[in-house]
Design a protein around this ligand. Structure first.
Ligand code: URA
Length: 410
């Protein structure tokens, strides 16, 4: 393989052959292709894009750069969802146990929060004892005993993505649809899935700002999933306000505990039921019933216990992680709430310490916002718009100022 010729080929807008892509990713994973050549290739892809078959080949190469979970013949269908993330997006914690109630297997591998978007693993780790780093053998055991598991990416899973993402992060090549597709789908398909639903958000609180960008990413991911034999569905939605009424790690776990018992905010339950319907053939009403009759809640408790979490504190998680300062943000006017901007709330929650600016930053489980008034609801001047949970009065005041910049009441 003559790497400069392959970089040149992509730079000049030609398509790489499947075997060329495989050879490049294999060499990169083994450390035989230097970072400077891979960075140049990523930049060429950024400018020239990739065809659908190149993107599928890249995803296949990434997925097979490490272990791929395999499941015994005759096991239930393996399903999962990927969300491109958003503010207060806690759907995974409700969806995984709900799908397990349906007899499906959900080997969910999730990520940590970065920037304004929170991460499933951070939320779960606010539950004392909850282990998100499981060996492959344990993942299999929990899935076959409970039906679902929620863990982080193991060392051996998609190592090419780990290396390539780190390079993209420092070479301004993250926002490339073929590279994002291969990165996301490589990791998801390494779970050995049969079906996948993609929850793609757009708006101020999302990775993709416009609906067109979200559609383009969704189409690319569905094309790759289908080419690689996985039944894919997609849900494209605006993330203009936070999902549910809470954003922050323990605060979101508390909201999930409510939703898992049929008492969650309507928008959160709606998204969960949409996503469940996309990978399961069971009627929506049955999924809804499983939230109300305690089945999904029991399944979540079983999974938590199987992963070492203390289930006795699940319903008092905000007492385990209690922020010392809690303030109510008063509505500046009376009327209907027209805007409760997700991006602005995301920035405030990040500054409170609930998220991380760099991958190595710690997160504070206790801080965030809750009791958020939803758009379309009416408020009177001075009544609470939401609560801020902070470490210090100064941090709470700063969050309040930021949040009010994104509020419109008319
Ligand atoms: N998330 C990923 O896992 N990869 C990307 O490239 C972008 C978002």
């Amino acid at each position: 393989m003559h790497v400069p010729s392959l970089i040149e080929k992509k730079r000049d807008g030609q398509a790489l052959a499947e075997e060329e892509i495989h050879a490049l990713i294999r060499a990169f994973t083994l450390g035989e292709l230097p970072d400077y050549q891979m960075s140049a290739l990523a930049m060429a892809v950024y400018f020239q894009g990739m065809t659908a078959s190149e993107t599928a080949a890249l995803t296949h190469a990434m997925l097979h750069s490490g272990i791929v979970l395999s499941w015994p013949a005759g096991s239930p269908p393996r399903v999962d969802k990927h969300s491109t993330g958003g503010i207060g997006d806690k759907t995974s914690l409700v969806l995984a146990p709900l799908l397990a109630c349906d007899g499906l297997w959900v080997p969910m591998i999730s990520g940590r929060g970065l920037g304004i978007t929170g991460g499933t693993l951070d939320k779960l780790e606010s539950i004392p004892g909850f282990r998100t780093r499981l060996e492959e053998k344990e993942i299999h055991r929990v899935v076959s005993d409970v039906g679902c598991v929620m863990v982080g990416q193991t060392e051996g899973l998609c190592p090419a993505d780990k290396k390539l993402y780190a390079l993209r992060d420092v070479t301004a090549t993250v926002p490339s649809i073929p590279l994002i597709t291969a990165s996301i789908m490589g990791k998801k398909l390494a779970e050995g899935l049969d079906r996948l639903v993609l929850d793609v958000k757009h708006g101020t609180g999302a990775f993709m700002r416009t609906k067109e960008q979200a559609r383009a990413l969704a189409d690319s991911m569905v094309a790759v999933g289908t080419a690689l034999g996985v039944r894919c569905a997609v849900r494209i939605n605006a993330m203009s306000e936070p999902t549910g009424r809470a954003a922050g790690n323990a605060l979101e776990v508390a909201e999930c505990a409510e939703c898992l018992q049929g008492r969650g905010p309507a928008d959160l339950e709606d998204i969960v039921l949409d996503l469940a319907g996309a990978v399961s053939d069971t009627p929506r009403a049955t999924h809804g019933q499983r939230l109300r009759d305690g089945s999904a809640w029991r399944k979540f408790q079983q999974m938590t216990a199987a992963q070492g979490g203390d289930i006795s504190v699940l319903e008092k998680i905000t007492k385990v992680h209690a922020a010392p300062v809690i303030i109510e943000v008063p509505a500046p006017a009376s009327g209907i709430v027209r805007r409760m901007d997700a991006g602005t709330i995301g920035r405030a929650v990040l500054a409170l310490g609930a998220g991380r600016s760099r991958a190595s930053d710690p997160v504070d489980f206790a801080v965030g916002v809750d009791r958020i008034v939803k758009t379309g609801e009416s408020v009177t001047a001075g009544a609470p718009l939401l609560r801020v949970h902070a470490r210090t009065p100064a941090a709470a005041e700063a969050a309040m100022r930021t949040i009010l910049e994104g509020v419109e009441i008319r």
